[in-house]
Design a protein around this ligand. Sequence first.
Ligand code: GH3
Ligand code: MG
Ligand code: MG
Ligand code: MG
Length: 315
Amino acid sequence: MQRKHPRPKILIIDDVPANIGTLNETLKGDYDIYFAVSGAEGLRVAVALIPDLILLDIMMQEMDGFEVCRKLKSIEQTAHIPVIFVTAAVSHEEEARGLQCGAADYITKPISPPVVAIRVRNHLELIRRSRMLEALSEELARKNRQLQMLARMDGLTGLANRRFLDETLDSEVRRAQRCGTPLSLIMCDIDFFKRFNDRYGHQAGDDALRRIGALLQRVFQRGSDFPCRYGGEEFAVILPETGAEQASHLAEHLRRSMVEEGVPHAFSDVAACVTLSVGVVSATASEERTARWFLAQADAALYRSKDEGRNLTTA
Ligand code: GH3
Ligand code: MG
Ligand code: MG
Ligand code: MG
């Protein structure tokens, strides 16, 4: 019959088969038992099997249990496996040495089978709990990454949001200063959008914003360009390592693509469809040219586009 949970695997390493027999009798009811009769063989089996727990004899030919334990603890795949010494070495010095090697527990022979069974069960329970905690903390870290991402995303358009823009513009300005590369920022604002909402309704307004979000994602496909919803009906695009000519070209391409998109707007003074006014700033960053400066310049350019009639790109 297939078990729901696989049984824990226990590896017994002891050079006396009779000792292995006794431990096997004690534990085989609850666990899958594997064994090895020398330190070297025990190490090989441990690496191949990755048991949940190892019962280890100390006095063995060639490689004694202390050395086996130290080696197990130095191998990445086996370092986490709890080792319980089961030994005829009864002095406190030997027990201290065993624990110093990284053993989880120390049981002296002759063993009491019920005591061994309980100690083994307790150690396996500890492992089960720590694995559960590990899984929980991985899940938490995953959820946390997801939240971090959501906190930087605009729910309506799926674009990055203002928070992302602020953080990214800051770091891109610093990077541009360090590397001496040009940086560009595009800002755009929908023309006569209040009228659009008033006449077509907010649902239609939201649809238009979503279409503009998709358009921005199509126009700015380079992984290093960051289109964002700045807020309301304003959008911004960070263009790292992009000079004035290329940025103006892209901004104008965006403005035209918006017209080609042909979202009807019968109440606009500039066209029969939804249009954008666009502002661009391009500069090599310096001490004075902070993120705030870039935003203020792009905003000023955008408002020149508004002043000069809308549906325009100004640098
Ligand atoms: P201008 O050409 O000067 O930019 O005029 P405008 O009407 O576009 O500018 P104004 O700032 O007067 O109005 C902006 C409008 O954008 C008002 C507001 O209802 C709308 N808006 C902002 N955010 C949203 C949104 O999330 N959904 C919808 N449907 N409308 C929004
Ligand atoms: Mg022995
Ligand atoms: Mg506006
Ligand atoms: Mg507007």
